[in-house]
Design a protein around this ligand. Structure first.
Ligand SMILES: Cc1ncc(COP(=O)(O)O)c(C=O)c1O
Length: 481
């Protein structure tokens, strides 16, 4: 194999791929069922290596059959968009391939991660805060709960968890499932995560939290952790931090804010008020890989008190790695990972490129696009808004002009839209009602992209309706014969 030929050809393919992200004629996905895809991709490893042509075909096939999340019709997930400077940062950091644990092997990345943590803490208002990049929002929530547990039960780090302590955690009933997993991992048990009632908009009700905490105390249990959510996964709701912080401070409970989805709203002067009180929390999960459009994974846990993360780690007796020789604390000493990607680097490339102002306006734009989409839903006679929009998520459904099972119809609509390759949007349930959930996470969306999405959706809906109508008229003709 000639690696120079491979490199040159791969660069050309990358260039074509990036350009075609904005090609409206290109499907978002060439959908294949798993068996067919397996035969196209040929995932098995053979005894002999492959040829140059086969290698380049692998590149083509990977890009051809993957979902184009950089296309602006990818409105499915809480992440989307192609971020050019962050992509360059990812490539450069993979090229230099190092691990975050020590300054010795990652001097540049250590300086960069330290600055990113400082900057992010300055937005939150943690004046003596700290933080570390880690492998996703779920893990940020885990480290937050871990830190809270170690604060109330430091011996647990050595002795293991004592169930006589009866620790209880409290979350919004619509919070992310990672908190139950965290309680499971920490030996606290998912059953000991109390789901606090939310109001109609999806926000945790402070009075209900108070009630649940008092209930637990009455039963001799020990409330130790409350997680507020800064944008719930389905409705995009922001829990009222000020009121929740007052309750936590009254009972001396660790308050975590899960901003895995909506934490980046803190960058916006216009909308930051939804997170008023954030400086009163003890920890904050923030995922730049969602609303800042950094390539996955790029996640941070921030803590109010310096030293918290180091205390989580027991017995660093790894003198084969941490030599304390460079007049700087190795960042590996505050991480539960050993080897760790330099995810701060791609964020730094992007933040430098767009500037503080650029990111402010990207976040504002995402909110503006969600407001525009919500207005379109409200103004269209066949669309129904299922819950008032809170931030970046618009939950709605299509109402066909006939009696039908609306959940089944909207599920079919979402599926046929996905398989058409024109737009991809997700769905979830609000109570028993299936809601199509449009997410405007891509900071570069324009009104024309939202218009395009609704055109695609309505065209598919009309197609589904006409199939039904012609089947119904065939049935009618038959019965009249
Ligand atoms: C509110 C919330 N918390 C946590 C997570 C988990 O984040 P990650 O996917 O980075 O693990 C998500 C993901 O969608 C989320 O919406």
């Amino acid at each position: 194999m000639n690696n120079e030929i491979l490199l040159q050809n791969t660069f050309e393919k990358i260039d074509r791929y990036i350009k075609s992200n904005s090609d409206k004629g290109k499907p978002l996905v060439k959908f294949k069922m798993p068996a067919e895809l397996t035969s196209i991709i040929d995932p098995e490893i053979a005894e002999e290596g492959i040829t140059e042509k086969e290698f380049l075909d692998m590149v083509d096939n990977y890009l051809e059959y993957s979902v184009r999340t950089g296309n602006k019709q990818f409105l499915n997930q809480l992440y989307s968009g192609f971020n050019f400077p962050a992509f360059i940062g990812e490539v450069i950091s993979t090229l230099a391939n190092t691990s975050m644990y020590t300054y010795e092997v990652a001097p540049v990345a250590t300086v960069i991660e330290t600055e990113m943590i400082r900057l992010m803490n300055s937005y939150v208002g943690y004046s003596d805060g700290d933080g570390v990049f880690l492998s996703g929002g779920s893990n940020a929530n885990l480290v937050a709960m871990f830190s809270a547990r170690n604060q109330v039960f430091p011996d647990g780090r050595f002795d293991g968890y004592d169930s006589n302590l009866k620790l209880k955690a409290f979350i919004n009933e619509q919070a992310h499932y990672s908190f139950e997993t965290a309680a499971n991992v920490l030996g606290i048990g998912a059953k000991n995560v109390v789901k606090v009632k939310a109001d109609k908009e999806g926000k945790m009700i402070p009075g209900e939290l108070k009630k649940e905490i008092n209930n637990a105390i009455g039963k001799g249990e020990r409330p130790f952790f409350v997680a507020a959510t800064c944008a719930t996964t389905l409705k995009g709701a922001y829990d009222p931090l000020e009121e929740i912080a007052d309750i936590c401070s009254e009972h001396n409970i660790w308050l975590h804010a899960d901003g895995s989805f909506g934490g980046s709203l803190i960058l916006s002067d216009r909308h930051r008020h939804l997170m008023n009180g954030i400086e009163k929390t003890d920890s904050f999960a923030w995922n730049p890989h969602k609303l800042m459009n950094i390539p996955l994974i790029c996640s941070v846990i921030l803590v109010k008190k310096r030293g918290t993360l180091q205390q989580n780690i027991t017995d660093i007796n790894a003198d084969y790695i941490f030599h304390d020789i460079d007049q700087i604390e190795d960042l590996g000493k505050k991480s539960i990972q050993c080897g760790r990607k330099v995810d701060a680097v791609k964020l730094w490339f992007a933040w430098k490129y767009f500037g503080l102002k650029g990111y402010r306006s990207r976040i504002d734009n995402s909110i503006d696009m969600a407001a525009f989409a919500e207005k379109k839903v409200m103004e269209h006679p066949d669309l129904e808004l299922l819950t008032p929009r809170q931030s970046f998520a618009v939950c709605f459904r299509y109402i066909p002009g006939r009696e039908t099972d609306l959940n089944a119809f909207n599920l079919e609509l979402r599926e046929s839209l996905r398989k058409s390759g024109k737009s991809i949007v997700n769905y979830g349930y609000i109570g028993d009602t299936l809601a199509i959930r449009l997410i405007t996470a891509n900071g570069e969306l324009e009104k024309s992209d939202i218009d395009q999405f609704f055109d695609n959706l309505l065209t598919e809906a009309e197609k589904l309706d006409s199939v039904y109508k012609s089947a119904a008229s065939r049935k009618l003709q038959k019965s009249s014969i």
